[in-house]
Design a binder for this molecule. Structure first.
Ligand SMILES: C[S@@+](CC[C@H](N)C(=O)[O-])C[C@H]1O[C@@H](n2cnc3c(N)ncnc32)[C@H](O)[C@@H]1O
Length: 223
């Protein structure tokens, strides 16, 4: 990593590391919860959730990750990385897994516990500029779990347009929202915006999460 990259907030190149023992896993889960809850208490609107999403959600999300070639996957709002392990497991060698995260505590946690990800401390609203800085000109999957339904219309559109711009023609965009949040004005506006932005918008509900999670899986942007 060059000093310039370090200055821009990029973490070191990803390394492959085996997951630790059961004891280490439990300790790391506890740290994950503590980091997440601290961030949620400090900035509830930015985090938009009280706890990380469940393994069941992660398993569904990971299905859009290509398992061949050298794909580039971008996570918007990885938080403490509850979706990241599932994504990582599917990615072939030579791929890139980039997380763009606004919360400072989350970034520190990710850099410590998910060294195989490239972590950018930044705003999803600057997606294209951030990708450009790291010489990425196409993304095969954008996996987003930022609190879409809490965002103003302008911010929703701005981030979504950039995700579409970054996507490869066969790429997939996914978003998560809590099932109740889907019924709020912000949630409905987001759903409508997805329908206007993509030719295909599929939904799936994961009930094994508190509260249940609604997944949007979108393809073929209407550019
Ligand atoms: C609901 S949490 C999801 C965390 C994790 N992916 C999960 O599923 O448990 C939302 C995350 O998005 C981050 N976030 C919110 N707005 C963001 C933005 N504009 N750019 C990058 N990250 C953002 C928050 O800091 C938080 O970590």
């Amino acid at each position: 990593m060059t000093p310039q990259q370090e200055q821009r907030g990029w973490s070191a190149a990803p390394q492959i590391r085996k997951f630790g023992s059961v004891g280490q896993h439990a300790a790391s889960k506890l740290k994950e919860y503590r980091t997440f809850i601290q961030a949620a208490v400090r900035n509830p609107k930015m985090v938009g959730a009280a706890t990380p999403t469940s393994a069941a959600v992660a398993a569904t999300v990971a299905q859009v990750v290509p398992t061949t070639g050298a794909p580039v996957v971008v996570e918007l709002g990885p938080g403490t990385g509850s979706l990241s392990n599932g994504i990582h497991r599917r990615l072939p060698e030579g791929s890139r897994h980039i997380g763009i995260e606004l919360g400072e505590g989350m970034v520190k946690h990710l850099r410590t516990h998910k060294p195989w990800m490239e972590i950018v401390h930044g705003d999803a609203g600057d997606l294209l500029a951030l990708l450009d800085k790291h010489n990425i000109d196409r993304v095969d999957a954008v996996i987003s779990s930022i609190p879409w339904s809490l965002l103003a219309a302008g911010a929703q559109n701005h981030i979504l347009r950039q995700a579409v711009e970054a996507l490869a023609p066969q790429g997939a965009f996914t978003a998560l929202t809590y099932l109740p949040a889907d019924q709020t004005p912000g949630g409905r506006r987001f759903r409508n915006r997805l329908g206007l932005t993509f030719d295909e918008v599929l939904t799936h509900t994961t009930w094994r999460n508190l509260p249940p999670i609604l997944h949007y899986i979108c393809r073929r942007p209407l550019r």
